[in-house]
Design a protein around this ligand. Structure first.
Ligand code: HEC
Length: 122
């Protein structure tokens, strides 16, 4: 490449680079770190509780897992007890403890999702 050609190429390269002012500034507030209960449920709970929370599987029946979408069932559950169940598990009943796998905020979020299922039911 001739000296002129390489200078032109360098100029073109520079011209193609976005000017500093074109770069979007970082958002003022950090993206919400609030955990997504629905996503956690799908990843961690649906295998036993069903994608819809109804546990209508052979496993669910065998373990008499309640239907999380039932208004009657849900109304009797306190958030505090459910958080304790998910945190510590009910090991004798095969419900695993998530204390080592999910943060307290994630557990609160997934319990919130479970508690919202009856209202979300069509
Ligand atoms: C390995 C299977 C399994 C996984 C995974 C699992 N569970 Fe469970 N879960 C069970 C079983 C079995 C029971 C029934 C315990 C019983 O008899 O009360 C249960 C019970 C519960 C209960 C209490 C129901 C009651 O009767 O008091 C809650 C709340 C619950 N699970 C939430 C969750 C959430 C939230 C997740 C995901 C973070 C999850 N579970 C993941 C098997 C599982």
């Amino acid at each position: 490449m001739s000296r002129l050609a390489s200078m032109l190429a360098a100029a073109a390269l520079l011209a193609g680079l976005p000017a500093r002012a074109d770069v979007a500034p970082p958002p003022k507030t950090a993206p919400s770190a609030k955990p997504d209960g629905k996503q956690i449920f799908a990843a961690r709970c649906a295998g036993c509780h069903g994608a819809d929370g109804r546990a209508e599987s052979a496993y669910g029946k065998q373990h008499s897992i309640p239907d999380f979408t039932s208004k009657a069932w849900s109304a009797k559950q306190s958030e505090k007890d459910q958080i304790a169940t998910v945190t510590d598990g009910e090991l004798e009943a095969d419900m695993p403890a998530f204390s080592g796998q999910l943060s307290a905020a994630e557990i609160k979020a997934v319990v919130g999702y479970v508690r919202g299922l009856p209202a979300a039911k069509k």
